[in-house]
Structure formats: structure tokens, C-alpha cells
Design a protein around this ligand. Sequence first.
Ligand SMILES: Nc1ncnc2c1ncn2[C@@H]1O[C@H](COP(=O)(O)OP(=O)(O)O)[C@@H](O)[C@H]1O
Ligand SMILES: [Mg+2]
Length: 279
Amino acid sequence: MGENSPVIISVASGKGGVGKTCITINLAASLSEKGKRVLVIDCDLGLANIDIMLGINPRRNLKDVIFGDVDVRDVIVRTEAGFDLLPASSGVREMARLLHEDIEKLKGIITHVSGGYDYVFCDIGAGISDTVLQFNLFAARNLVIVSKDLTSITDAYAMMKTIYRTFGRTSFEIIVNSVRDDDEGVKVFTHLDSICKRFLDFSPRHLGSIPFDEVVTRSIMKQTVLVRLFPESGAAIKMNQIAHAISPRPTQSSGETLKQEPSRRPPAIPRSGAPSAPR
Ligand SMILES: Nc1ncnc2c1ncn2[C@@H]1O[C@H](COP(=O)(O)OP(=O)(O)O)[C@@H](O)[C@H]1O
Ligand SMILES: [Mg+2]
């Protein structure tokens, strides 16, 4: 068991394809390099692909734990990047639409295994399905990945709004990915922040921005984490800085469930005719 409680962190986005998985494995690798014990759980159930990005071919995965009798400890694999991985399956319909009790079972499994780690990252699917909301609530810290695309910003806003209005959660941490430079990252964050402040009455935290860099794609082709393959690249340096910024801080409590009442009353819905909020 770990000496301290593990920090469970969800990595989410409103829109898919914005870099959640790349960022998750690189933050995990970076923290592992610093001597932290890190577990990554592929929670993009049904479309899991962390194993592919790391070039590993696990014999068993989460499906065997949820639907079979396999012990979760026999499914977790140590990766060359230094962290442990709890892989999931791709193209399995039952995993894409887990029942409430399956999700509860999965949360119990995660709680059970997370004791031996400093950080547990849950790479979750895009959107606002019940499963995604459940994992966001379950994790004590919620990272949200956005790109500069307007649809990514509006979808991230919609996701935070849903989580806030359902659970009263306000402590989101934003990573802006695929930017030209830091200024562009700040601009994208400021845009998202101003909408959150105006319509949701809270301000997320800007964890940092990562430049668009073709080495990211090359690292995926080589099935090796960027921070190991191209540690001197601008994108890897930013990943390492963001990993550093993730050091423990006070969080909202984890382990709550979807049926719980909001801990804080949501604000009134913006008046019609108010300056346009994304959806
Ligand atoms: N900073 C970046 N620079 C260049 N390409 C990137 C960057 N971040 C992500 N990508 C590319 O975007 C694609 C989608 O990334 P991925 O992590 O799979 O997104 P998600 O998990 O959100 O669906 C990857 O193929 C990767 O090559
Ligand atoms: Mg992904």
C-alpha cells in the first residue's frame, strides 16, 4: 500500500481527438521518472487504445475483470514508460455501455488497486455519457483537455457545465493542447475561463499549454512516450512542466456517486438574450 492516499485524476474532453491519451501517458511517464508510483487506467471503455500507443499487447483487460473472474492484479501490466497500465478493450459493445452496477464494480476495483500508487490517471472517453460523468465525479481531480478549435472549447464548456450542474463540482484544471505558442494557449484558456465565470460562476485553473509538434505523432508511430523519445522537444518540456504542476493540492472529495445531490446549488440558467454562451 502507498504511504499517502493516491490522487485519482480524470483526463477528459468534450470533443474527441484533442490529445487526452497522448497527454495522459506522457504525464504518467513524467511522474514515474520523478520516482512516483503511477497507474494509468484506460477508461475510454469500448474504444481503448493506450496499449496500442505503447506498443503492448496485453493478454487480458478490464473486460475480463468486469465480466469474468480475473483478478485485477493479473491484468495490470508494467510499461517501459515506468508506469503501470490497467488496459481495456476496443470494439467491445458491452464495455461501451456498461450498466450502473458494472460502473460501481469498476469504481470498487479502482479503489482497491489504487492504494499502492501515488497517482492514478483515468483516461476517459469524450462527451457527457453517464460513464464519463461517473468517472469525473469519482476522480478527485478533473483535467480537461481542449484545443484551439471552437468546437473543442464549446464542448469542454458543455461538459464542465453538465458536471457542475449535476454534482456542483467547480475545480477543473485545463490543459490547452496543440497550440502555436504559449500566448495562443493563454488566449484559448482566457476564452473558456470568461465563459465559465460569466455563466457558471467559477474559474477553472490553467495547468499549461502544449505546442502542436509533429514529434507527438512520431512518438505515437514509434509506440513510445514522447517524454522518453524526444525529451528535448518543446512538447515534451511542456508535458514535464505540467506533470510538475500536478503535485498534490487540496481537492474536492472523491468516491462520490452519480445519484448524489449537488453539493452546491447551481446558478440560474443565463437569461435569454445574454451574450452567447456556447450552448
Ligand atoms: N501536441 C500535439 N501536436 C501534434 N499532434 C498531436 C498533439 N497532441 C495530439 N496530437 C495528435 O492528435 C491525435 C489524437 O490524440 P489522442 O491522444 O489519441 O486524442 P484523444 O485521446 O483525445 O482522442 C494523435 O494522433 C496525435 O498524433
Ligand atoms: Mg484517447
